[in-house]
Design a protein around this ligand. Structure first.
Ligand code: RIB
Ligand code: CA
Length: 306
């Protein structure tokens, strides 16, 4: 079976780091391009982290830098979760810059999507600034995009605001553009992210699974997305898990709206399961996940890396 062509938009980020590894070492996915966007930490830092990861993974994937801030809001990063560098805890080698394209993320995504003889799946695991800019500047790309499978949003409570999730709340205007674009969207939000855990008994196995496992173990000592005791949240791996093991999920097809103007609720996703808003469905929302199946899949996937 041919590999599914994807473009990953990312802001590494400790959970991004392992999600990228799983995608890059999967024999079912063909990562055509990695684009970077300001989110967990600054654009320069997430780009540097992406290049360091690719060097460590030994993967020659082109990288293109994207937006250095959200469309409207100022960037409020998540260095409190991922550390000042965005990837504290492991001593990576200096990256090779040759993978960094001269094109920016929007131009590179446009070129690769339009050149592809098979529709591309976009996999944003970061704020949606680049994806929104792509759709606005080059709307013609829609005809060759299969699906947008994103990590973000929440049908319930938030992790950045009372009801808002970090990727959406960082750039709500971009998220609004994406959710209203008419393309098939899969939303892997906090409803599954909070159950996609690496427990203590899983973490201790990581160093024996190989180089990526050892790296993950070191990064997880510094990761504040949960705790070793209650479990570390593998948010971004949820988007990759949908591509590789959709059967792990309970899915609801519904309308998702992004609140833009609420002074207490801006950035939250309204997952309208009961159709109160009377708007057509625009997303498949991952509402639940088999936590045990995820943990087994996560460890198996890390073991398949180097
Ligand atoms: O809310 C979780 C998301 O925010 C993940 O993508 C994580 O990397 C952070 O960017
Ligand atoms: Ca991320």
């Amino acid at each position: 079976m041919s590999k599914r062509p994807i473009i990953i938009d990312t802001d590494p980020g400790i959970d991004d780091a392992v999600a990228l590894a799983i995608a890059l070492f999967s024999d079912k996915l063909d990562v055509k391009l990695i684009t970077t966007v300001a989110g967990n930490v600054s654009l320069d830092k997430v780009t540097y982290n992406t290049l360091r990861l690719l060097k460590f993974y030994g993967k020659e994937i082109p990288v293109a830098k994207g937006a250095d801030s959200p469309l409207i809001l100022p960037l409020k990063d998540a260095s409190n979760v991922h550390g000042k560098s965005g990837m504290e805890g492991f001593d990576f080698e200096e990256p090779d810059e040759h993978l960094l394209l001269k094109e920016n993320a929007v131009e590179a995504m446009h070129r690769i999507i339009m050149e592809s003889d098979e529709p591309i799946t976009l996999v944003p695991i970061a704020p949606l600034t680049n994806i929104a800019l792509l759709l606005k500047v080059y709307p013609e790309v829609k005809k060759n995009i299969r699906e947008i499978v994103l990590m973000g949003g929440s049908a319930g409570r938030g992790n950045k605001g009372v009801m808002s999730e970090f990727n959406i709340a960082t750039d709500p205007e971009a998220a609004h553009i994406v959710f209203e674009c008419g393309l098939p969207i899969v939303m892997a939000g906090l409803d599954v992210g909070w159950k996609a855990l690496v427990l203590q008994e899983d973490s201790v196995k990581l160093p024996s699974l190989g180089e990526v496992g050892r790296m993950a173990y070191c990064l997880f000592q510094k990761y504040r997305g949960g705790s070793m005791k209650t479990g570390l949240k593998m948010y971004d791996s949820c988007a990759i898990a949908y591509l590789l093991r959709p059967e792990m999920y309970d899915i609801a097809e519904t309308y998702v709206g992004v609140e833009l103007s609420g002074d207490m609720t801006a950035g939250c996703t309204l997952v309208d399961l009961k159709g109160y808003l009377g708007r057509p469905n625009n997303a498949k929302v991952c509402m639940d996940i088999d936590g045990k199946m995820f943990r087994e899949w996560f460890l198996e996937s890390i073991a398949e890396c180097i």
